[in-house]
Ligand binder design. Structure first.
Ligand code: PHE
Length: 414
């Protein structure tokens, strides 16, 4: 028999028991919204790049990576949940769609890059609603220094420069210690070096937050930009942090970052360096900066969306009237031991309905006391961005959802 193949970005791959990429995703892997003229994600990318003018700016690296590169090279433990088929998109056991831009850290450092930004599309299997979409975009940034006295003088000079800019800006920072027992210096590092680098990371990112949010918010001495640092954990940084910004009456999670785990730099062939890295998601920031209410809109081809944006400018999106939505419920029995995962259901719905699905929610769940079978009910909201859906059209889609559920997941429709 001929081996089944899947084509991704013009390349053929054999499929196996890990293959879970669906046409709905495949159709979008070449979109590169972050490079599309006047697209909000492109404007946001360029704004971030403008805060790092002397860094290398990469933005066209293929999303196909080995699981080794996405996870192992970054010291992810073997049992990390991100590796599961239910959480990530696999072409097959040996190739996947990157789940984060950190997958390219080793490659960038190995090329000899010492300060760089990398913008790219990333892929995660997830629930479906107005703020979750299986494809989104991240910017990774990193800077490494030589781990000796001369390198540290460079860090100190940069810290002085950055602190100078911040001193005259309207910004209120809730800081953490640069290191703490729960968020330690790596054993390989000189603690003085690690603290200087962590400080450089924080100063640099506080300035980035000013670039991103200082302009649109109308900050002043009385009403400064509020930035909050929180200790965090990532397998590939220590110490690690998250940054939140207070924007429109809410704390927004903006990014994760930290001092790069030395194993990463050793693997990249630059063991004498020490440095930091950060990663931020573009969509959620773009949603608040451009007032875009639904994450699916970034994928819209509708002129009423696209024509509202001007290249390089942050402007407020004016919602056009939405077409009406329509929901359908599906209830089914799942026998004991069935491993059906909520992400499987979301993926299946998205594969059948494409961007016509707005939201999938479980609205009922109970276990039959005698048979021990589980009954589940999901409510699927359908809405088109650019036409009014008829009940007949939606029924055709819903029937397909139901028959695929029966075919692929061994469930009994109620
Ligand atoms: N890759 C991490 C994520 O996707 C973010 C991160 C990047 C954290 C670099 C630390 C350093 O959540």
């Amino acid at each position: 028999a001929t081996q089944a193949k899947v084509e991704v970005l013009g390349q053929q791959f054999p499929t196996d028991d890990f293959t879970n990429i669906k046409p709905a995703i495949l159709r979008k892997v070449s979109a590169q919204l972050h490079l599309k003229h006047a697209h909000p994600l492109n404007t946001l990318r360029k704004l971030i790049e403008s805060a790092y003018p002397d860094f290398t700016h990469a933005a066209t690296i293929s999303p196909l990576v080995t699981p080794f590169k996405n996870f192992d090279e970054l010291s992810f433990p073997l049992d990390h949940p991100g590796r599961a088929k239910t959480d990530s998109y696999y072409v097959n056991r040996d190739m996947m769609l990157r789940t984060h831009t950190s997958a390219h850290e080793v490659e960038m450092f190995r090329k000899g890059e010492t300060k760089w930004l990398l913008t790219a599309d990333v892929y995660r299997r997830d629930e479906i609603d107005a703020s979750h979409y299986p494809i989104f975009h991240q910017v990774e940034g990193a800077q490494i220094f030589t781990a000796d006295a001369a390198g540290m003088r460079e860090v100190e000079a940069d810290n002085e420069r950055l602190a100078g800019i911040l001193a005259s800006a309207h910004i209120a920072i809730e800081d953490t210690p640069h290191v703490s027992p729960a968020n330690p210096v790596q054993p390989e590092h000189d603690p003085v070096f690690a603290e200087l680098v962590a400080k450089n990371l924080k100063l640099s990112l506080n300035n980035l937050m000013l670039t991103l949010f200082g302009g649109v918010q109308g900050i002043s001495k009385e009403n400064p930009l509020r930035v909050r640092w929180i200790e965090s954990y990532f397998p590939f940084t220590s110490p690690s942090f998250e940054v939140e910004v207070y924007f429109q009456d809410e704390w927004l999670e903006i990014l994760g970052c930290g001092v790069v785990i030395q194993a990463t730099l050793n693997t990249a062939g630059v063991p004498n360096k020490i440095g930091w890295a950060f990663g931020l998601g573009l969509e959620r920031i773009a949603m608040v900066l451009f007032s875009i209410p639904d994450i699916r809109m970034f994928w819209s081809e509708d002129e009423r969306f696209l024509s509202q944006f001007e290249d390089g400018k942050i402007t407020s999106f004016k919602p056009y009237s939405k077409y009406p939505s329509c929901f359908k419920d599906v209830s089914f029995w799942v026998s004991q031991g069935n491993t059906l995962h909520e992400n499987d259901i979301c993926d299946l719905v998205r594969d059948v309905a494409g961007d016509l699905v707005e939201d999938v929610k479980r609205i009922d769940h109970f276990v039959h006391p005698k048979t021990q079978r589980t009954s589940l009910c999901y409510r699927i909201h359908y809405r088109s961005m650019d036409s009014s859906l008829s009940n007949e059209e939606v029924n055709v889609i819903q029937d397909q959802v139901i028959s695929r559920l029966q075919e692929h997941f061994d469930v009994e429709i109620r």
